[in-house]
Design a protein around this ligand. Structure first.
Ligand SMILES: Cc1cc2nc3c(=O)[nH]c(=O)nc-3n(C[C@H](O)[C@H](O)[C@H](O)COP(=O)(O)OP(=O)(O)OC[C@H]3O[C@@H](n4cnc5c(N)ncnc54)[C@H](O)[C@@H]3O)c2cc1C
Length: 578
């Protein structure tokens, strides 16, 4: 079936919907493989950062400093300036659109502390996170969805995008499968935005929803667009033991602390100033260190998150959802018992490279591919560098989702549709028909769990050359095995086995690019910690990686792109001390 619109947005999380809201006069179609309000943005708990200064003095420049330093200086600094300056107005836009934030006594948006956010260039923690209890993302998504309905955005729910269409060097559409019927649809547009989120499902223990399979990254990568800084993957310190479900940093923002088997609040020893609110990469490494040195609880691979001293009232009012997670998943009562946690795969700092207008760029010279945009977790602007600060993702979605939306509004006025390439559906149809017809006997779920085990064992908080080599060999084998995946269910309607197999293909691509980046980057920076190269190396590695999919199987080519610094000594790379 053929559809024609001005703009196609793939993804209805915070980034996709924020962009859609900027296009009230255009014909916009939003595709989402899940029902829109099930997007992972709805799971965001802690808050959205903006230097409103409602609780105490704050400035966007302090926020920018924290973002650049938190990102271990791999951040493109002009983009971080935009993020932190425009955060303020973007949060007010959400407020005016109806988002029910928690309030101060005098009726302004309430703010709380979060990891790595400080006042006066690192002096002490600051209250910067705007929040709606511990369900900020849920409120954002509901508010935006209601606005999109009001603007008569065309939603194509439970449509899985499979391919990006390019003709005359311009992006001109996408091909998707309608999950309900199994039918293929071609969407023709002047501009396409990918807002498809992350790929946390590549790890066995993850905070991410089942839908976070790296679709958009892989679809672009298969069409020759590089993926930037994929080795920079964040592990959140406090995932529920074994399950990975997130206990937000808001728990530590409100005063929660990490405890080892000796009864010690160990972050005080590692990070005397920021303590439990040091950036996530550092806290995750400290937990791993405690476990390695035998101070995990009962000598096992977890420690405790302790919120008992906050008291029932604070816990019930400010942390209701996450404490319920502890009760439901572990049978632990956080008001009286500490909660078992360990690091969990959480957030992709890397992704599809874009400029500050959300335009996708294809090389180190920042060459855009006209008509193609990306925003949110799928994109790499890069404002998070080597490590994202808590609450800086939601703000990334709204600031750069908005910029991309506004830029597309201009682009579609100045440009017409280009014709579709001939046989636009061929590539997508091929992928599907191979899965229906193969008799290789391989199972997608076996490949997926092996991938997830390899990633958690060898491409986790700490990495080294041997482990990465082994992981890469395994992924190469799994890519070969993937070609033999055979479906049990040959039906067309709601074939979830087909959907999962297609998604597994995306996940494998993302894992491949991650490992190649991690092997190449022979230094430790932010979330990428190499036991064999434990120091940051600015002389050789103050640069982004760009991974291109090669033409032959297992072939990945890496190029490098400069990090953009601004001429201000405050932001010059220094050792990170907290
Ligand atoms: C548990 C949890 C808590 C978090 N808490 C916070 C927080 O407090 N503060 C903060 O700043 N950040 C937080 N984050 C991070 C942040 O929520 C995410 O990075 C962000 O919400 C991603 O938004 P997005 O719009 O890019 O994508 P998502 O919200 O993940 O949405 C992706 C969309 O793309 C669609 N999609 C994907 N692939 C396809 C396809 N092939 N075809 C069609 N549609 C497709 C999906 O259906 C979905 O609509 C948290 C993340 C998690 C997992």
């Amino acid at each position: 079936m053929y559809h024609k619109h001005d703009v196609i947005i793939v993804g209805s999380g915070g980034a996709g919907l924020m962009a859609a809201m900027q296009l009230p006069h255009a014909s916009v179609a939003v595709l989402s493989k899940v029902y829109p309000t099930r997007s992972h943005t709805g799971a965001a708990q802690g808050g959205v950062a903006a230097a409103l200064g409602n609780q105490e003095e704050d400035h966007w420049k302090w926020h920018m400093y924290d973002t650049v330093k938190g990102g271990d200086y791999l951040v493109d600094q002009p983009a971080a300036e935009i993020l932190t300056r425009e955060a303020i107005d973007a949060v007010y836009e959400l407020e005016h659109r109806g988002l029910p934030f928690n309030r101060t006594a005098d009726g302004r948006i309430d703010q709380r502390r979060f990891g790595g956010h400080s006042r006066n260039f690192g002096e002490a923690p600051v209250r910067r996170s705007c929040y709606a209890a511990d369900r900020t993302g849920h409120m954002i998504l509901q508010t935006m969805y209601q606005n999109a309905i009001k603007n008569e955005v065309n939603f194509f729910n439970e449509f899985l995008a499979l391919d990006l269409l390019i003709n005359e060097d311009r992006v001109c559409g996408v091909v998707a499968i309608e999950i309900r019927t199994g039918e293929i649809h071609t969407f023709h547009a002047k501009a396409v935005l990918f807002a498809t989120g992350g790929y946390g499902r590549a790890w066995r223990v993850t905070s991410n929803a089942f839908a976070c399979m790296g679709d958009g990254m892989s679809i672009a990568y298969r069409r020759g667009i590089p993926l930037e800084d994929m080795e920079m993957y964040q592990f959140h310190p406090t995932g529920i033991y074994k399950v990975g479900v997130l206990l937000s940093e808001a728990a530590r923002g409100e005063g929660g602390k990490l405890l080892n088997d000796k009864g010690e609040y160990f972050m005080e020893r590692y990070m005397p100033t920021m303590k439990d609110l040091a950036p996530r990469d550092i806290v995750s490494r400290c937990i791993v260190q405690e476990i390695k040195e035998g101070r995990g609880i009962h000598g096992k691979d977890y420690v405790y998150l302790d919120v008992r001293h906050l008291g029932k009232k604070v816990i019930d009012e400010k942390l209701p959802d996450i404490t319920d997670f502890a009760r439901n998943y572990l049978g632990v009562e956080p008001i009286t018992e500490p909660v078992p946690i360990h690091p969990t795969a959480h957030y992709a700092m890397g992704g599809i490279p874009t400029d500050i207008e959300g335009r996708v760029v294809t090389d180190a010279q920042w060459t855009p591919i006209p008509g193609f945009y990306a925003a949110g977790e799928v994109a790499c602007v890069s404002v998070h560098g080597a490590n994202r600060l808590g609450t800086n993702s939601l703000v990334d979605l709204i600031v750069f989702g908005r910029r991309a939306g506004k830029h597309m509004a201009k682009f579609i006025q100045e440009n017409d549709h280009v014709p579709l390439p001939s046989q636009p559906e061929d590539f997508a149809r091929e992928q599907i028909s191979r899965l229906y017809t193969t008799t290789g006997g391989e199972s997608a779920s076996r490949i997926r769990s092996e991938l997830q085990n390899e990633m958690i064992d060898k491409v986790f908080v700490e990495r080294n050359e041997d482990g990465l080599h082994e992981a890469l060999d395994s992924i190469d084998e799994l890519q070969d095995a993937y070609k033999k995946v055979q479906l049990q269910d040959k039906g067309k309607r709601f074939n979830t086995e087909l959907v999962e197999a297609l998604e597994l293909g995306f996940l494998l691509d993302c894992a491949e690019a991650t490992i190649h980046g991690a092997m190449a980057r022979k230094e430790s920076r932010g979330a990428h910690f190499r036991l064999d190269y434990p120091k940051r190396d600015d002389a050789n590695w103050l640069k982004h990686t760009l991974a291109y999919k090669g033409t032959k199987a297992h072939d990945v080519r890496l190029e490098y792109k400069d990090v953009i610094l601004i001429d201000d000594p405050v932001f010059a790379p220094k050792e990170r001390k907290y």
